[in-house]
Design a protein around this ligand. Sequence first.
Ligand code: FAD
Length: 390
Amino acid sequence: MATRSGGSLGVYDAIVVGVGGMGSAACYHLARRGLRTLGLERFDIPHTMGSSHGITRIIRLAYYEHPSYVPLLLRAFQLWEELERESGRHLLEVTGTIDASGPDEIVFTGALAACEQFGLAHEVLTSAELTARYPGYRLPADHLALLQPRGGFLLPERCISAHVGGALAAGADIRARERVLGWEPTGDGVRVTTDRGIYEAGSLVLAAGAWMASLVPELASLAEPERQVLGWFAPLQPALFAPERFPVFNLTVPEGRYYGFPQYDVPGFKIGLYHHLEERVDPDEFQREASAVDEAPLREAVARYFPAANGPTMALRTCMFTNTPDEHFILDVLPEYPQVVVASPCSGHGFKFASVIGEVLADLAHSGETRHDIELLRLRRFAEKSISAS
Ligand SMILES: Cc1cc2nc3c(=O)[nH]c(=O)nc-3n(C[C@H](O)[C@H](O)[C@H](O)COP(=O)(O)OP(=O)(O)OC[C@H]3O[C@@H](n4cnc5c(N)ncnc54)[C@H](O)[C@@H]3O)c2cc1C
């Protein structure tokens, strides 16, 4: 099957670089459309070197970042549920979601606006009402919390395995431990060089996460890797932090914006701080081991806002965000090479979208267009730049 009219067939219809959160979903959707698909991953599948590890990722509908994400999320939920049915694996745990901040701050006001605009079920709780219902929470007295019942958390490593399993079953060729060194356009198609060989295809999907700039140098200032740290703390009262008693949260307090999860798998309440120590990094050379300095801001928030979880440290892990200047994703074809699709859906909030982004990437790779509204995520919102091959 040809990918686009007049396009080069090459050996594959589409090559996907990076089989992480987004690339695994792209492989799945491309292969299920009958396209000859090659997925190339430099590490293992899954692995702990990029952005998609750490056992849990929040999924929520009350999207304070921008209401345009809500239609994508509704489709993402549908696709995650389909993937669960098809793979027979549990991928999504529903706990409800809390978005809490001062009454005039964006986490609460934005979540409320998204719910009102899209008619999503929700409740507004005062800080005291939140603690009465979910005693693990002890937020500042003036905070308001928006509770949305449908969200919860995804299990990212399993999601990647499920997408890859589905892609393989549909005939995709997926290769781990094969690093892409570069790509070049060949007429309407592409040629990709790896440390093991050379491949050709009609279209190319670049989903390289924190390494995106090594494949499209012009994206260096638009997709910047940042070191993050996750902490797990053994609760003093474990029953308060069981998934059925503790909704996942986003929380703005004077110390910063935190997010967190009930106890799951690792025996600890999990918490992270957005833009942890604000460390821009080289993805191949940064401090992967977490330290006492990393632990301090997490421990401080646990002690103050979740005191019943303030027990011994169970685990600390590092991970990378890849941030755009406005923290909205990049999802587009390259202006000079429409056969090349770029996906940088991170800025700390992308995983929940991986299922629908896989569908969008397959649309763009197949026909250059998608029925989904991704206007907010297009490259043209940034200053016009000429973007060429690596
Ligand atoms: C600490 C932390 C917490 C987060 N919490 C949430 C959350 O709660 N909810 C949420 O929705 N999102 C969350 N996110 C964001 C989310 O995890 C990311 O948006 C998502 O993982 C990005 O997926 P990706 O496919 O872009 O990157 P990755 O999954 O890292 O995939 C990129 C892949 O490309 C591969 N690659 C790179 N270069 C090459 C090459 N040259 N050749 C071959 N392969 C290559 C890499 O090895 C990697 O596997 C969080 C992120 C972090 C770091």
